[in-house]
Every structure is written in structure tokens, then in C-alpha cells.
Design a protein. Structure first.
Length: 408
């Protein structure tokens, strides 16, 4: 028997359920009186957003809204927000929207607290101390950013997406109201749910580190553990149960609840365990194709799983049991789970190959080489990754030939 190890870093409060957005004003007033809300133009036009502003005002909170958040969060948009609100001096920052809006709130809170350039905070543990208190209100069911210690920005100079990872980025309060996701169109529902599934599968199979009392002090993402596993399995079960339902009927509130719980649970899992090769590969793929993060990681996921299978037979078989696949040998069940993931993603129109995603054929080598630059993700992968491994995954994912990875 191996000794158990578990680690979680989470918000102080997580509120989940229909109508919980109505707690925002009261919850904010207990920690601050001047709130900056980071969101996007679509979200700021929603009646629910206007209701949140009225609720904050009714609770004595003065507000300033920045609603020009751009998908993928280019550094220029972060700097524009900081410049626009520098005279407001907020004592709480609220992110309302998808991952980019919540990540905007995180990075702006860092800059308003500690100053300097966004690039000063790249990597793990570079944020020097606590930031202005954060509240996250997701309006999609995908990124899990409402509970995680990471924000991803697009560095235009590098031509790459870069992560800022620090426990100081974890919101103080997460308010998860599935009613806010009912207006998500089918494509966004699929992309978001597929992102949550990728987070959960990668967190459940990420490399377990040698147990050490300093593990959480030296790494933001500490690998597979008994606590993150609990949340990863909850997320996988809910995505399989509800993704296709929510995709086919956006007004299915039970499906919306199940998907938001999946995204939240997946965030709880990967926010401590970390993610791996599918996310490393998506960084260059996303930059080259300008496609949504969720579509990119989900397109890659079945191929990464196929490559990782020799190191994940037991874990994949356990997830096969979680979603109720027929009993069999661990070998057979692990392959059946990979096939089930691929089938679910295809059923909600996630692209089935990098070619379908729009990657130019002559960029496959670039993707393989640049994916290795995401060191924190590469080191988490359960099967060792080098250039040859990345090339084999990229080639298979480009051609759509997952079977080619079964013999590698």
C-alpha cells in the first residue's frame, strides 16, 4: 500500500446553485466597498449583469465596470483595464464571464496590488504576496478559473500564451449560478464542457510526485492525489451525463447544473493536480489557429490519452467504471474509455483532428517543438515527453489517426 497524499487549494467560500448570483452584493459588501467588475461586451449587456450592479449598489458598494475583455486575454487588454481604473482604487475585483474575464480580474488584481509588468509574474510563485480580494462569477461551464490558482494571457511579443500560477490568484469567493449559462449557444456549451472534461482527465492522470512535506511549497501543481481525484471523477461523471443534453437543449436547466458542477469540480481537481500534454500542445495550436482553448485541448485529448495509455491503464479503467462502461479487463476498459471520450466529443461537434481545427500542414513540427516550452505541463504528463513523443502525437492528431499511437 502506498501512503495517501492529498492537497487542495480552494476559495474561502464556494456558492453553487440556481439564483446564487443574488448573494453577490451582500458577499462583496462584507469585504469591500469599491468593486471593479471585469467582463466582456456581451455579458455587460445581459439583464442579469445589470441586476448584479443594482444588487451591489443596494448593498452600498460603489462599482466601476470594465467590459472590454478580449478572448485569450492579450496583454494589451490587461494594460488597458489597469490604465482605465487606476484612479478608482478598488478594494475588491470581480470577474464575471468566461475564463478570460475571470483571468482578467486575477491579473488586474495582481497589477493593482504589486505593480510592475504582466511579464514579471510568468511561471509559478512569481506573485510576491496577497492581492486585492477576488470574487469570480462564471457564466460558462468550462475553465474552472473561479477556483484555480492560474491565469493564462496571450503575449503578443512572444506570439504565445503564458501562464501565471500562484495560490494568491485563487478567488476569495466563487459564485456559481447555472442560470447564468442558459444563454450559452451550443458551440460554446460544447467547447466549455469539453474543456472541463480535459481538465478532469488530465488531473486524474497527471504524474504523481514523490511525497514530500515541501511539495506544496515548491510546486503550485503537485500532481495526482487522493483529494484532486475525488473532484476529477465527479467532473468526468457529470460531463458524460450532461454534455450532450446541454448541447442539444440549452434550456435544460438540470443539464446546465450538471455541467457547471463538472466545470467547478474539474477546476478543484486541476487547480492542485495540474494538467499535461493536451494543454502543452494547445498553446502553439491555439496561437496558430486562433481557435478556442476548449476546442483545442479537446481535439488533442483522445490522441494524448492514446499516447499516455501504457502509463494510465489503471486510471483509465477506473474512469471507465465511473461512467458505467461494461466490466472487462483493465486493458480493455482503458481503451474503451478513450474511445468513449472520442465519441462524446465528436457527438458535440468538437473537431476530430488538428487538420479539421485549421492547423496548416506545415506547422506540425512547430507545434511539437513549441509544446515542449510549457515545462510545467510537460513535467506533469504521466508518460515522459520528448520531441519524438510530441511529434508522434501531433502527427496522429493532425491526420486523425489515433490507431497510429497504439504501437508507440
Amino acid at each position: 500500500m502506498h501512503p495517501m497524499f492529498g492537497a487542495l487549494r480552494l476559495p474561502r467560500s464556494i456558492l453553487f446553485g440556481r439564483g446564487q448570483r443574488r448573494a453577490l452584493g451582500s458577499a462583496t459588501a462584507k469585504i469591500g466597498k469599491r468593486a471593479l467588475l471585469c467582463t466582456d461586451p456581451r455579458q455587460s449587456a445581459q439583464p442579469e449583469f445589470q441586476d448584479m450592479l443594482a444588487d451591489l449598489a443596494a448593498n452600498g458598494v460603489e462599482t466601476r465596470v470594465f467590459d472590454q475583455t478580449i478572448p485569450d486575454l492579450p496583454i494589451g487588454s490587461i494594460e488597458a483595464c489597469v490604465a482605465e481604473v487606476s484612479g478608482f482604487a478598488p478594494d475588491v475585483v470581480i470577474g464575471v464571464g468566461g475564463g478570460s474575464s475571470m483571468d482578467m480580474a486575477k491579473v488586474v488584481a495582481v497589477l493593482l496590488t504589486h505593480g510592475a509588468d504582466v511579464r514579471a509574474y510568468y511561471g509559478e510563485f512569481a506573485v510576491p504576496g496577497p492581492v486585492i480580494p477576488l470574487i469570480a462569477v462564471p457564466t460558462t461551464s468550462g475553465t474552472g478559473s473561479e477556483v484555480t490558482p492560474v491565469a493564462v494571457v496571450a503575449d503578443e511579443q512572444r506570439g504565445a500564451k503564458v501562464g501565471i500560477a500562484s495560490p494568491h490568484l485563487i478567488p476569495l469567493i466563487a459564485i456559481c449560478d447555472p442560470e447564468l449559462t442558459v444563454t450559452c449557444p451550443p458551440g460554446l456549451t460544447a467547447c466549455s464542457g469539453a474543456d472541463a472534461l480535459t481538465h478532469a482527465v488530465e488531473a486524474f492522470t497527471t504524474l504523481a510526485r514523490p511525497i514530500d512535506a515541501m511539495l506544496t511549497e515548491q510546486h503550485v501543481f503537485v500532481g495526482k492525489n487522493v483529494l484532486s481525484d475525488h473532484f476529477a471523477k465527479l467532473a468526468v461523471a457529470n460531463v458524460f451525463k450532461y454534455l450532450e443534453r446541454g448541447y442539444r437543449d440549452g434550456s435544460d436547466v438540470e443539464a446546465r447544473e450538471g455541467l457547471m458542477l463538472a466545470a467547478l469540480a474539474a477546476g478543484c481537481a486541476f487547480g492542485t493536480a495540474g494538467t499535461a500534454a493536451a494543454h502543452a500542445l494547445q498553446y502553439p495550436v491555439g496561437n496558430l489557429t486562433h481557435t478556442a482553448h476548449g476546442d483545442g485541448v479537446a481535439t488533442l485529448l483522445p490522441y494524448v490519452m492514446q499516447f499516455n495509455r501504457p502509463s494510465c491503464v489503471g486510471a483509465f479503467a477506473e474512469l471507465a467504471q465511473t461512467i458505467g462502461l461494461p466490466e472487462g479487463s483493465p486493458d480493455a476498459m482503458s481503451q474503451a474509455f478513450i474511445d468513449a471520450v472520442a465519441a462524446l466529443l465528436a457527438s458535440v461537434k468538437i473537431p476530430v483532428s488538428l487538420a479539421a481545427l485549421g492547423l496548416p500542414a506545415d506547422q506540425q513540427e512547430f507545434v511539437a517543438e513549441n509544446a515542449l516550452n510549457a515545462a510545467r505541463l510537460v513535467k506533469n504528463n504521466p508518460r515522459p515527453l520528448d520531441l519524438a513523443a510530441m511529434q508522434s502525437i501531433t502527427r496522429a492528431a493532425y491526420s486523425g489517426d489515433r490507431a497510429a499511437l497504439r504501437t508507440i
